[in-house]
Every structure is written in C-alpha cells, then in structure tokens.
Ligand binder design. Structure first.
Ligand SMILES: [Zn+2]
Length: 453
C-alpha cells in the first residue's frame, strides 16, 4: 500500500470521519414507506455501482419511503482502484477475525443491515461479461455476472418483500424494455446459496438473507463504460423502488447522456470552511501556490460522497471515486476570518461577493480596495507589483496558464490581511462561451475471468 494519508469530511455528514470510512446517506420521504438500503463500492473496481449509488444519494428526491445509501463501502479500495486492498470484502460476512483491517467497516455495515427500519437490501456490482444460463462463448456463460439481478434463493418466506424472484423478474422486464440493445438484456441469476455455495455464503446479501432481510445483487456489465453501467443500475433500482412503494423524483433524465452529464456536473470541493470553493469539472491538472491552511483536512468538504483529498508527499490530490483529478501544490497560510466578502465591480456594476463564489464576467472586473487587505489576482502582474485592488482588469491582462480550468477562463482573486489568507473569489470569463469538458474519464474496460460478484 502506498504511504498516503486520506483526509475526508463529507458535507452531508459534517463530522470528522475515520480515514477510509464509508458514509451513510439517509434520504427520508415526507410520507411513511419502506426503507431500502443500497450499497455501492464493496469492491473498489466497480465504478458503475458506486457512481449509481452516489447519484441516488445526491440527485434523487424521495417523497414516500426512504433510501439509505452507502455509496462507498470500500472507500480506500475505490480510491486506489483496487478490487480489494485487503482481499475481497464481499467474502467477509460469514466470519471475520478481529485482526482483519476491514473488521470495523464490516461490523458497521452489518449493524446498518440489521437496523429494524431496513426492509430491503441492495448491493450494486459491476460484473464481468454477460450472465447466460448456457455457455455461448467466453463472455456469455453461466460463470459470468454482468447484466443480471442476483438472488440467493427463490424467496424469503414470511417477509412482506420476501418474493425475491418475482420482484426481480418484474424489475428485469422493466430494465429490458429500456435496454439500449437486446444484447444488454438482464437475466435472473439464482445462486441457490444455501444449497452449498460456500463462497456465496460469505457475501453481504447472504448475510442479509440469514438475518431475515430480503436482499438483491445488481450486476451491470464491465463491458460497458461507467455511465452505461450506472444507467442499468438506476433502471433496476427504480423498478425495485416502484414495486416496494418508494415514490421519488430525480433532477436529471434517465438516459445515458443524462447520466454522463450528471456524473460530472455540480461537484464542488471546499477548503477553509468555504473560503475557497472549486468546481471539479475541467479543473487543471496542477494548481500551484494554492493557499491552504496548515492542516488542509480542517474545513475540507464536498457535496459528493465520492470526493476525497489525499496528501501525497508535498501535494494534495483531489479524487472523485477512482479518478485522480488534480494536484494542489499548497502554500500554507494561517487563515484570517475577519472578512466574509469583498466588493467587486463586475462589468461596471458593483456587487458584494462572498468568498468561495464564482462570478461570471463578460468584459472586466475591479476589486474595491479595503484598508488593511491586499488583493492578488493570480496571473495578473501589476507593473511595479503590490496590491491589485482598484484596477480594471480584463481577460487579456491575465495569463491563460494561471487559470484553474483547462480552457484558460477561470481565475483566482485572493485576498490577504498581512500574512494571513482571507478568502478567494473566482472570476469566470467563459461562462457563456464554452461547454465544459467531461470530469469523469471513462473507466478502463476491465475484463477479468475471475468471479465478479
Ligand atoms: Zn462486485
């Protein structure tokens, strides 16, 4: 394992978390209804599942019933692009020695599964190839997992939602009606776990079954790029939600394009308790002299549960799931909290602008001087140096390569009080011009011959 230190705090759950710990996001509808527990990322190399779970946690609105979502169960392995840094976590639910590095996480998720409020459990996977009852070829066979709903047994008798096969068959019908090709059709895979499948008896879903919780695995094929896998996961989850009686809406279209867009937009990271905010989409590979507090983990947050920053030697690296996005080369400052906003003339109109904001600019801007504070526009050089307040600055006067974005349009305006950093505003000259580049590069298409559940 690389010697890196994980630092993360989640905005939706604003308490300091243990390094590498997963997060639980509760989406509670106003009307009473069943609670579905949805788990993603039990294996770190299955981005379709954990990205779909992250969308359920951040882009769905629940009206009736509840979703409890753990989008990042094996977060450390996700960040390291590993199926399992400490072995396969989905084989740790039968017995596990206390010395196992993941003992704490497994105990914690078991407790959540057993919570009296949880009615149904879903584990989202990306599986190899395409499951078929008969062997057709290398990628289409009974040994494959992709494009299937997986159950451990036909039913869980005595439970309201115990008709595992029937619920899944209806889900499969719905998924296949919206499939992009007949080649993508889902099938039901019953592992008949109790009848002697030793390996499957150690899985999360079978643990749930043994504790009288109806449980389902969903497997999208690793033959597809991430957003297509997430498309099938969400189709399946919506079908299960509707059958269970969970009412919901979402703020993006359930299409491959809609999902691709949703996976890259509106993902923010914030430092210094909001004094700096960056949108991750299209961020430059390296941002230099970045004014961070001495311990950058303090006051770091994101609106997305798959975002983390890791200290790697002398640089912080921003991660979105298994994608390493940008390096921040820090210049450490004590932070000044005497000021919350600064007055800026934007295209001639004066407005108070809160630190952490991004403001669109058409022509030029001017930061009003304030006694005791110094303004630094990164990439702009005032002749003779010094405070850069009270100067009208247009895009041509700032050097492109100092932008925070790859298009050379978004620039840092930093305010200091003596040697302390007060806050940052971003000026965006490209708002109206360009459509931004994708954030999430498509995951490498992995094909492994091993069992992928
Ligand atoms: Zn898996």
């Amino acid at each position: 394992m690389k010697r890196i230190l994980l630092i993360l705090v989640i905005l939706l759950l604003p308490i300091p978390l243990l390094a590498f710990d997963f997060t639980l996001h509760k989406q509670q509808g106003s009307e009473a209804g069943p609670t579905l527990l949805i788990v993603g990322g039990i294996q770190g190399d299955e981005p379709g599942g954990f990205n779909a779970a992250a969308l359920l946690a951040t882009r769905y609105q629940i009206k009736k019933g509840s979703l409890w979502i753990v989008p990042n169960l094996n977060f450390h392995s996700i960040l390291e692009r590993s199926r399992g840094l400490h072995g396969d976590m989905n084989r740790k639910f039968d017995s596990l020695p206390k010395t196992d590095p993941e003992f704490h996480q497994v105990v914690r998720i078991k407790k959540i599964i057993n919570d009296a409020q949880v009615d149904l459990v879903f584990n989202l996977h990306d599986g190899s190839g395409f499951y078929r009852m008969e062997t057709i070829d290398h990628l289409h066979s009974p040994d494959r997992w992709g494009q299937s709903c997986v159950i451990d047994q036909q039913e869980l008798s005595g439970h309201k939602f115990g008709n595992l096969a029937e619920l899944s068959e209806k889900t499969i019908e719905r998924v296949n009606a919206a499939a992009l090709s007949t080649q993508h059709h889902f099938r039901l895979k019953n592992t008949k776990t109790a009848a002697g499948d030793d390996e499957m008896q150690q899985t999360l879903t079978y643990y749930a079954i043994r504790n009288n919780k109806p449980a389902f695995g969903i497997e999208a094929s690793k033959s597809f790029p991430t957003h297509i896998r997430a498309y099938y996961h969400l189709l399946a989850m919506e079908a299960y939600m509707e059958q269970a009686g969970v009412d919901f809406s979402r703020d993006f279209p359930l299409t491959p394009e809609g999902i691709e867009q949703a996976l890259k937009e509106n993902i923010l990271v914030s430092f210094g308790n909001g004094r700096i905010k960056l949108e991750l989409n299209n961020l430059r590979q390296t941002l230099n002299y970045f004014p961070l507090p001495k311990d950058a983990s303090l006051g770091f947050s994101s609106n997305n549960p798959l975002v983390a920053i890791l200290l790697h030697r002398d640089r912080y690296q921003i991660y979105y799931g298994n994608n390493r996005l940008s390096f921040l080369k820090p210049q450490y400052f004590d932070y000044d909290d005497s000021l919350e906003k600064i007055d800026i003339l934007i295209d001639g109109v004066e407005k108070p602008i809160k630190f952490g904001s991004t403001v669109p600019v058409d022509r030029d801007f001017l930061v009003r001087g304030k006694k005791g504070y110094r303004v630094n526009v990164i990439g702009f050089k005032k002749p003779g140096g010094g405070n850069e307040s009270d100067l009208t600055i247009g895009e041509q006067q700032i050097i492109d390569r100092f932008s925070i974005d790859n298009n050379g349009k978004i620039f840092r305006v930093e305010v200091y009080r003596d040697k302390r950093f007060s806050g940052m505003v971003l000026v965006d000259f490209g708002e109206k011009l360009e459509k931004k580049e994708p954030l999430v590069s498509q995951a490498a298409l992995l094909e492994k011959t091993s069992r992928q559940n």
